[in-house]
Design a protein around this ligand. Structure first.
Ligand code: SF4
Ligand code: SF4
Length: 444
């Protein structure tokens, strides 16, 4: 079979999907949660509770501030211990609400039954409002507020909704588990997003290493306007631009967004969250997180409340193996190392990966041999060896003209380099500096 995929670059890292096929396990509540007020791209939400307040599950504790922002809810019931700065997965201390868990007191408006609500009578504006109220963001890791993405900018037309079921990062299996175990709700969420966006056509893209998920999603979508498409396995197919190109052969322009070619992309988990928000009145208070690693006793797909400490997840997966050298927030290709396990699960947490000393050992960095492998695998058509050299020399304006901001930080270049050059580290640094230059230019 001639399967679709994106045309430029890409790599094939070993999959290591250790938790594939495992049932989603709902974890018992921890004693204390820490819920950051900035778990999304855009302005942090404004805290509206105080120390000593009693809160319910699903209650708004921080309100959306500004156009690109969203609400934050309490994921537990109990007493607010502190409103203060706490360390998050970025390694910085940021504003958060710490809550002592007491009982299971839910907001009465939430439909907690398992009854499937297949359709919504709401129109698109009301859908967007509910999604904002429920604090839904892109759960694939980008955390862009979903209600904003559902607003098609003036002059643009949305033709397709694409649902990203690719999960191309090695080790991660949370989206696969959702497609297998929450199939009906994910499908109903796709219908909600189609209505919110005002489109008639949707495509679910799933890589061919998940044939069971392709089959299940095809069964549920039969007779609808939702098409399910299997894709050839290639990293980073889960990148929005790569997925649009793979499915529709449309090129998102440099510096542009999928909506520039008539497409809006959401992740599988976001579709489920949209279903919960609109059809069940349930805000985003939990998510599925893959906890995995070759030395870990019990790799798992855990359903956990937002604000649960990462250390608690690791403990429930059998505890920290003795040979752990690194804990990564996310997958091995795009994830970032955590400096402590004492940070909370947030809306964008898709996985926790424990890497052993043997796996983490960095090979010696050797000089560039001009083999151009990094150029061949770059899905954005960049020249990573050049970017690294420009970043080393602090030539940021040249990096800007070489379109460094198009880099999607997929790590394919570093992965493939025979000289083990830390290309992505330097490119990230350069991107941050170019961002600063551009902001300063705008401010003049
Ligand atoms: S330069 Fe960026 S987009 Fe290209 S391979 Fe490297 S990390 Fe990926
Ligand atoms: S892959 Fe490594 S050695 Fe080859 S050109 Fe790129 S940076 Fe140089």
């Amino acid at each position: 079979m001639n399967l679709k995929t994106f045309s430029r670059g890409g790599v094939h890292p070993p999959e290591h999907k250790l938790s594939s096929g495992l049932a989603i396990e709902e974890l018992p509540l921890p004693e204390v949660v820490v819920i950051p007020v900035s778990q999304h791209l855009g302005a942090p939400a404004k805290v509206i509770v105080d120390r000593g307040d009693q809160v319910k599950i699903g209650q708004v504790i921080a309100q959306s501030e500004g156009f690109v922002s969203t609400n934050i809810h309490s994921s537990v019931s109990g007493k607010v211990l502190k409103v203060d700065k706490f360390m998050d997965s970025s390694g910085y201390r940021k504003m958060a609400v710490q809550i002592q868990v007491e009982g299971e007191d839910w907001e009465e408006t939430i439909d907690r039954t398992d009854d499937l609500v297949r359709n919504t009578v709401l129109k698109s504006e009301a859908i967007r409002k509910k999604i904002l109220e429920a604090g839904i963001v892109g759960l694939g890791g980008a955390t862009f507020p979903t209600h904003v993405k559902l607003m098609v900018p003036k002059g643009k037309i949305a033709e397709y909704l694409i649902i990203n079921g690719v999960e191309c990062e090695p080790y991660l299996t949370a989206d696969h588990a959702l497609m297998m175990q929450r199939t009906e709700e994910v499908f109903a969420g796709i219908l909600v997003l189609m209505k919110g966006l005002g489109v008639e056509k949707a495509i679910v893209g799933i890589e061919n290493n998940k044939p069971d998920a392709i089959l299940k999603m095809k069964q549920v979508a039969k007779g609808s306007k939702v098409q399910v498409q299997g894709l050839k396995v290639k990293y980073p197919q889960g990148g929005e631009k790569q997925l649009v190109q793979a499915l529709l052969k449309r090129e998102v322009p440099s510096g542009g967004l999928p909506i520039d070619v008539g497409v809006v992309v959401f992740n599988v988990g976001t579709a489920l969250a949209a279903y919960d928000a609109v059809n069940k009145n349930r805000p985003l208070i939990d998510r599925v997180v893959t906890v995995t690693g070759k030395s870990l006793e019990k790799p798992s797909n855990f359903l956990v409340r937002i604000g649960t400490p990462v250390s608690y997840l690791v403990e429930k997966a059998g505890g920290l193996p003795g040979d752990t050298a690194k804990v990564i927030n996310g997958g091995p290709m795009m994830g970032k190392a955590l400096s402590t396990l004492d940070v909370p699960v947030v809306k964008g947490s898709s996985g926790i990966l424990l890497i052993s000393e043997a796996e983490a050992r960095r090979k010696e960095v050797l000089p560039c041999i001009r083999c151009t492998k990094c150029v061949t695998v770059c899905p954005m058509g960049l020249e990573p060896y050049l970017m690294m050299s420009l970043s080393e020399k602090a030539r940021y304006e040249r990096m800007e003209s070489e379109k460094v901001l198009d880099c999607i930080e997929c790590g394919s270049c570093s992965y493939t380099c025979p000289s083990s050059r830390p290309l992505l580290d330097y490119i990230r640094l350069g991107k941050a500096e170019v961002g600063k230059i551009m902001r300063a230019r705008k401010a003049v």
